[in-house]
Design a protein around this ligand. Sequence first.
Ligand SMILES: NC(=O)c1ccc[n+]([C@@H]2O[C@H](COP(=O)([O-])OP(=O)(O)OC[C@H]3O[C@@H](n4cnc5c(N)ncnc54)[C@H](OP(=O)(O)O)[C@@H]3O)[C@@H](O)[C@H]2O)c1
Length: 282
Amino acid sequence: MIIKATTKVYGIFGHPVNHSLSPQMHNAAFQALRLDCIYLAFDIHPKDFEIAARAIKSMGISGVNITIPHKESIIFFLDEISPEANITGAVNTVKNVDGKLIGYNTDVSGFLRAIKEDLGFHPKGLSATVVGAGGAARAVLTSLCMNEAYQVYVINRTLDKAKRLASEFKKGFKDTFIQAVSLDDKDEIKNILGKTNLLVNATSAGMKGVDSVEIPLEYLQKEAVIYDLVYDPRETNLLKTAKELGHKASGGLSMLLYQGVESFEIWTGKDAPIGVMKKALE
Ligand SMILES: NC(=O)c1ccc[n+]([C@@H]2O[C@H](COP(=O)([O-])OP(=O)(O)OC[C@H]3O[C@@H](n4cnc5c(N)ncnc54)[C@H](OP(=O)(O)O)[C@@H]3O)[C@@H](O)[C@H]2O)c1
């Protein structure tokens, strides 16, 4: 591609960011649609984040994705934030509209689309169990509650974190039953797995070099489906076991794809070339 004075700049702000697959995915999409746009990765140390966040306006950057550890700190620098980003308390996509910065959280819609496409699952009226209580779990919980899940159990290694998350979401979503459970409470876990339609791993356990969380999948109902947010490796031990037991199960690459698809569509107002973006990721 030819970089010109008119080329619109997009990017990702994170620390570290050298592992990010978003530049490949978005540049492939820009090229496929012949858009005069480029997407770059910016490794921004937390101490420099304020300068970088203010530079979105001063340097006329058209849009950015925000990743760890800046998803919460960016909110202070925005002019407007969407409802799902407000509920999640985190922003992963910023659009610069003539100097006004609007924040979104496309992890929320990306997750919903991934479970629909991969597992044929919609949360409405059903029961879900989320393992993890960090940033990704917050996005998953927002997605489940906004889409009228009947009950959601939040299992976490650090029970206090799960309790805080559950109590915060209970205030906003009175129609969904939400309960925190300790990862050590094996009896309670067996009990809730029997009532679960969707099991989600939203911990970083299972990533390359880290063991998957030990969840006794044999207590799940036959029809229960499993989604693991981890995408490196493509198939975690959790997914492997779930498939061996006959469950429909899928890994986090599709969520990564669909959060990118949604960001692209927010920025450009055009239908994203999903096939091209998927190929770039794979
Ligand atoms: N597919 C996607 O598009 C997508 C999007 C976002 C995130 N992710 C993935 O989701 C995962 C979580 O990200 P995050 O942003 O939520 O991270 P985070 O905020 O650091 O939270 C990490 C969570 O994992 C738990 N955990 C970590 N190691 C564990 C272990 N060995 N055993 C049990 N629990 C463990 C932590 O429990 P404690 O509270 O006890 O520490 C915490 O609940 C990462 O693998 C990330 O790559 C994927």
